[in-house]
Design a protein around this ligand. Structure first.
Ligand SMILES: [Fe+2]
Length: 202
C-alpha cells in the first residue's frame, strides 16, 4: 500500500469527463457529429496533453481548478480548455428553458431586461475575434457578460462562472460553417442550461 508521502508525489491525472447528455441530444441546434468530434477528439486531446505535461510538471493542489490557477503556458492552455469544455457541456441542455424567477430578476437588475442580456451575450460571443469563449459571470455580486480569448477562463481569475458558450470554430463549423451568429443565437434561445446557471449562482 502506498504511503501518504509516496501518494503525494504521484503526478496528477484527470479522466475525460462523460457528457451530461447523449451525443445527439442537442439536435437540431448542435449535431451528434459536432458533439462526437468536439468531446471525443478536441476535449479528449486537451485532457491527454494536460496529463502528459503533468508527468513532467508539478503543480500545487489536487483539483483541475488548482491546476488551471497554478499553471502557465502550454499546461495552462490545456488544463483551462479541459475545464472550459466540461463547463460548456453543463451549460447546454437538451431542453429549451428559461431562467427561473430569481435569476431572471438578477438579469433584469444587471442588464435592464432578459432581452438586453441576450443581446449582450450574443454580441460578446459574435464579437470575440478568433477563438475563445463568451461567459455569463457573477463578478462582485453583479452579473456580467465577458469574452475570453483562446483558453482563458474567468475561473482562472477567481470570477464565478454561470454559463459559457464555446466560439472556437470546432464548436460550430460542421453545422453552421462560418455563420457563428446563427450558432450563438440558436444556443442562447434553445439550449442554455438555466438550472446549471442557477446552481452556480447559489
Ligand atoms: Fe471547444
Amino acid at each position: 500500500m502506498a504511503t501518504a508521502t509516496a501518494k503525494a508525489v504521484q503526478p496528477l491525472h484527470f479522466d475525460l469527463p462523460q457528457l451530461p447528455f447523449a451525443e445527439d441530444a442537442l439536435e437540431p441546434v448542435i449535431s451528434a457529429e459536432t458533439i462526437a468530434l468536439h468531446h471525443g477528439k478536441h476535449h479528449k486531446k486537451y485532457i491527454d496533453t494536460m496529463n502528459e505535461l503533468l508527468q513532467k510538471e508539478h503543480v500545487q493542489g489536487r483539483t483541475l481548478e488548482d491546476v488551471v490557477r497554478a499553471a502557465t503556458g502550454k499546461l495552462f492552455n490545456n488544463a483551462a480548455q479541459a475545464w472550459n469544455h466540461d463547463f460548456y457541456w453543463h451549460s447546454l441542455s437538451p431542453k429549451s428553458s428559461q431562467p427561473g424567477a430569481a435569476l431572471r430578476t438578477r438579469l433584469e437588475r444587471d442588464f435592464g431586461s432578459y432581452e438586453k442580456f441576450v443581446a449582450k451575450f450574443a454580441a460578446a460571443a459574435d464579437g470575440q475575434f478568433g477563438s475563445g469563449w463568451a461567459w455569463l459571470v457573477d463578478k462582485e455580486g453583479k452579473l456580467q457578460v465577458v469574452a475570453t480569448a483562446n483558453a482563458d477562463t474567468p475561473m482562472a481569475h477567481r470570477v464565478r462562472c454561470l454559463l459559457a458558450i464555446d466560439v472556437w470554430e470546432h464548436a460550430y463549423y460542421v453545422d453552421y460553417r462560418n455563420k457563428r451568429e446563427e450558432y450563438v443565437q440558436a444556443v442562447i434561445e434553445k439550449r442554455l442550461n438555466w438550472e446549471f446557471a442557477e446552481k452556480n449562482l447559489a
